[in-house]
Design a binder for this molecule. Structure first.
Ligand code: PNS
Length: 162
């Protein structure tokens, strides 16, 4: 059974990797779908976020990363998927995710949404908070892979040069 783990992944964090790994324990194959929300001001472009996520999951068997365009449920069906897996950190995540799950179910009833509680270790971190910490000179090494750390450091250094 194929499951899709969607998100912006700007950039992918150890919290995301925890959810992806646990989704893979439940499903035979996992596709990480990297979205492009036009209302968001991303640090990395969609191809960059796909590349960072691809390198981050390289050691997890049965997981691949693809860019997401259009509706998530259409993407799931087009790729032979049957489930969407989302990690939930707090109740505020749930309110929004429940609304999306209901709309997605309305559009494609055959696609089930599965919520996983965020992991204990990195469960409540978010890409946006990590970007803020890094932007202000803080250390985010514990929360991301070395590749991602290098990419964030390089991107923020470039921003300061401009
Ligand atoms: O990490 P994010 O920003 O919460 O991820 C959002 C994402 C990519 C999962 C979401 O924007 C999405 O599903 N986009 C595709 C368009 C879509 O299907 N929207 C939901 C309609 S109910």
């Amino acid at each position: 059974m194929i499951a899709v783990v969607p998100g912006s992944f700007d950039p992918i964090t150890r919290g995301h990797l925890d959810v992806i790994t646990r989704a893979r324990h439940l499903f035979g194959e996992v596709i990480v779908a990297v979205g492009d929300n036009t209302t968001k001001n991303y640090l990395f472009t969609q191809p960059e976020r796909v590349d960072l996520a691809t390198r981050a999951v390289a050691d997890i068997d049965g997981v691949r990363v693809l860019p997401l365009a259009g509706l998530l449920v259409d993407f799931v069906v087009e790729h032979g998927g049957e489930a969407i897996v989302k990690g939930l950190r707090f109740s505020s995540d749930f309110d929004y995710e429940l609304q999306m799950a209901h709309l997605n179910s309305h559009m494609r009833p055959q696609v089930e949404t599965v919520f996983l509680p965020a992991g204990r270790q990195f469960g409540t971190i978010s890409s946006s908070l990590l970007r803020t910490i890094a932007h202000n000179g803080g250390d985010i090494a514990e929360f991301v892979t070395p590749d991602v750390l290098d990419a964030v450091t390089a991107r923020l250094a470039r921003g300061k040069d401009q």
